[in-house]
Design a binder for this molecule. Structure first.
Ligand SMILES: *[C@@H]1O[C@H](CO)[C@@H](O)[C@H](O)[C@H]1NC(C)=O
Ligand SMILES: *[C@@H]1O[C@H](CO)[C@@H](O)[C@H](O)[C@H]1NC(C)=O
Ligand SMILES: [Ca+2]
Ligand SMILES: [Ca+2]
Length: 275
């Protein structure tokens, strides 16, 4: 039964092939129908082995961009960056307030002992020169001032020294210049001195009169006592404290006993040399 069916099937296939050959015009030439038909053994062979795997195809076209994805989660904190460059120098600030005064420094060390070389004698000379220069300066100043404002009478020159000194310093000042604190021994001399004080714009000067030796017994700077002339201010001399032993002349020409340690201007007198 099976063989019959198979054969029937084969016959159908053969007939199909003949018809196919006629349609394709194969009968006339290379593939004679007789040859095909000559054998009845043309049967389909067993299924061949699977063919070799084909070459891979060309790369396909790039696909279209997909839709935007959803927002991702927040990332973790990044690493700390490198330190930046140093900034520019700022503008100059305002001047600060003055600081407190510093503590006084310690005293300096003791100096070295002086050398015993020959320079010693030169030092001595230089030292003496310094003293001489200082004296000369003082003398020049004195002379300058004297020329600027001296007063004179028949017998004397008067000069008001405008340096504040105590009575004793004033005495010395006049004496080292070969003079003496002025001693008004008469009306004329007293008037010259008082005019001089007024014209100098002063109020008082020391004159050469005191009672330092015996209280109440006034003596001139040349140790002569008051005799026929005096010109005390009314109420003077008044020495309740016992400390007013020197005398000042006021610009009015009046005298007043006052304290010797007070400092004020004073007037010197210089005798004119007899011819
Ligand atoms: C003072 O006066 C007396 C008599 O009045 C006189 O003898 C004497 O010489 C005068 N003294 C002086 C320094 O002028
Ligand atoms: C007289 O001297 C006294 C004592 O120095 C003084 O207090 C008084 O003011 C003086 N008088 C005059 C008018 O300067
Ligand atoms: Ca006195
Ligand atoms: Ca007095």
């Amino acid at each position: 039964m099976k063989e019959q069916q198979l054969w029937k099937h084969e016959t159908s296939l053969l007939l199909f092939l003949v018809l196919l050959g006629q349609v394709l015009g194969l009968n006339d030439d290379s593939q004679p129908a007789t040859e095909v038909c000559s054998t009845h053994t043309i049967l389909p062979g067993p299924k061949g082995d699977q063919g070799e795997k084909g070459d891979s195809g060309e790369m396909g076209k790039q696909g279209k961009a997909g839709p935007m994805g959803t927002k991702g989660d927040k990332g973790t904190v990044g690493h700390m960056g490198d330190q930046g460059m140093m900034g520019k120098i700022g503008p100059i600030g305002r001047k600060g307030e003055k600081g407190f005064k510093g503590l006084p420094g310690g005293s300096g060390g003791k100096g070295k002992a002086g050398s015993v070389c020959d320079c010693g004698k030169y030092r001595k000379v230089v030292g003496q020169l310094d003293i001489n220069v200082a004296r000369l300066k003082s003398s020049i100043k004195f002379v300058k001032n004297v020329l600027a404002g001296i007063r004179e009478t028949e017998e004397k020159y008067y000069y008001i020294v405008q340096e504040e000194k105590s009575y004793k310093e004033a005495l010395t000042h006049c004496r080292i210049r070969d003079g003496i604190l002025a001693m008004p021994k008469d009306e004329a001399a007293n008037a010259v001195i008082s005019d001089y004080i007024t014209q100098s714009g002063l109020f008082r000067v020391f004159i050469g009169l005191n009672d330092m030796e015996t209280e109440g017994q006034f003596m001139y700077a040349d140790r002569t006592p008051l005799q026929n002339y005096s010109n005390w201010k009314e109420g003077e001399p008044q020495d309740e404290s016992g400390e007013e032993d020197c005398v000042e002349m006021l610009s009015t020409g009046k005298w007043n006993d006052t304290e010797c340690h007070l400092t004020m201007y004073f007037i010197c007198e210089f005798p004119k040399k007899r011819k």
